[in-house]
Write a protein that binds this ligand. Sequence first.
Ligand code: BDR
Ligand code: CA
Length: 313
Amino acid sequence: KVPLVIDTDTAQDDCIALLVGLLDPRADLRAITMVAGNVGFDQQIRNAFLTLNVAGRLGEVPIHLGCRRPLVRPWESAENVHGDGVGGMTMDMTGCDPDPEHAVDTLIRLAAESPGELTIVCIGPLTNIATATVKDPTFVDNVKALYVMGGSNNARGNITAAAEFNFYVDPEAAKAVFAAGFDITVIPWAPLTLERAVFGERQRDEIAALDTPLSRFFTRACAATLEFDRSVGINGTTHPDSLTAAALLHPELIRRVGQYHVDVETAGELTRGYAAMSWGVHGVEPNASVVEDVDGPGFYTYLCDVLGRNFYS
Ligand code: BDR
Ligand code: CA
């Protein structure tokens, strides 16, 4: 089993990535840590508990609350994309209490408990990870690897022309994390997600036809994003976060990886959060493996397998 933590700004595909971590037999999900990102922090907490609940794992995996805003900038949300992140689903939150330990301390503790074994799946802004590196100088060495959803390796952004949302929201944190010396695998927004992890109408109908609580959860959680994606010319919902979790647990899905030196723009007028990915001709050493191609149909089949489980019947 793969020991992991998922660090998340829980909305839409973050929820699906949590389902992967919660339900894949290869995953040993030790904690969910939350960071400011997609939607309001309290809504993200509700979304995480909803996801635990639909996965049948309420009370089994702790949710730890982390940094409520980026390192130096005001928080900016993606509520225009995600709505509340779960299509209006609600549940009785009685007894749904986050663990009192701060997420940064959880990350530091879990990494130190089994040095060299813990992988962190980072699917929100990198504020918690950057803060942990500052708080505990041994953190970087204690962590086995980071799987980071963020950036684009052809500069096509989804929040500005140059920037992908996770790096845009906290560019200083992203810059610090790539400079810290972690073993990092990056799942970029473009072109990878757009080419391999967009589910259109056919997939949406097939997932709905699975007719399980999990597939209904998927359909509802992704509904708002589908509307938004259509309005900007993407023909389906995007799944970079669940792809990141799947790539860790099923490396056989990865087809091509490039070695890059990744740095993140913090000062540019038009390029805040831009991921500069140098491939070796610029006199810099690689600091990250960037996933350039995956088995898209294989990823979709895998997610259908996760969503098709019906442990209620
Ligand atoms: C990333 O931003 C968020 O909106 C998604 O959850 C994903 O992590 C894509 O840019
Ligand atoms: Ca996310």
